[in-house]
Ligand binder design. Sequence first.
Ligand code: TMP
Length: 215
Amino acid sequence: MPERNGRFITLEGIDGAGKSTHVGWLAEHLAVTGHEVVATREPGGTPLGEELRRLLLTAPMTHDSEALLMFAARREHLEQVIRPALARGAWVVCDRFTDATYAYQGGGHGVARERIRMLEDWVHGDCQPDLTLLFDVPPAVSRSRLAKAQHEGRALDKFEREAAAFFERVRDAYLERAGADAARFRIVDSTQPVASVRAALAAHLDALAGQGAAA
Ligand code: TMP
């Protein structure tokens, strides 16, 4: 396994679950404890990854192509940003990672989990998150948040325009993964007020900080 001194934290949840309300706060909470923090996102995080993001969020394509492009962007991100940051001891906070591919392309769009697992093994079998914070809301809450954003003038992307049943499947896939890996996942009830969500997040981060150095 490559050298790794930092911590790798990923944020997940259906669209409208409220991750973006907290990502900046999370990075600041970690930075004040003296860690170098690298806040990044997927798809994206590198020049090529951001180009692929633009395509993925706008262009029609097969579900398989979607999964493959997510992993192409991820490979660049790992090599250019995530692995170097972890090796120098930084804490990486990544807004979405491979759980999103299982949830969206697998659960939402029906790409076979086994295919996603093959890509995962190939691209980062030796590099997994230490902690995954799953921002959980019922799809009805997510829809009303997205409708509000749209009403305020923000154009919804290709995924955000999906039907309610899609978000049900995505959420179910996330919850199933969280249930299967309780050591890594923490489910955060994102229907709660911001202050309560942040108290829960702080407790999870502080618990991770208290653990020994990652292998
Ligand atoms: P964001 O809204 O969190 O910035 O994410 C962009 C969209 O990309 C979001 O709708 C989820 C989707 N996505 C996937 O479908 N599969 C993936 O592997 C990733 C990382 C994101």
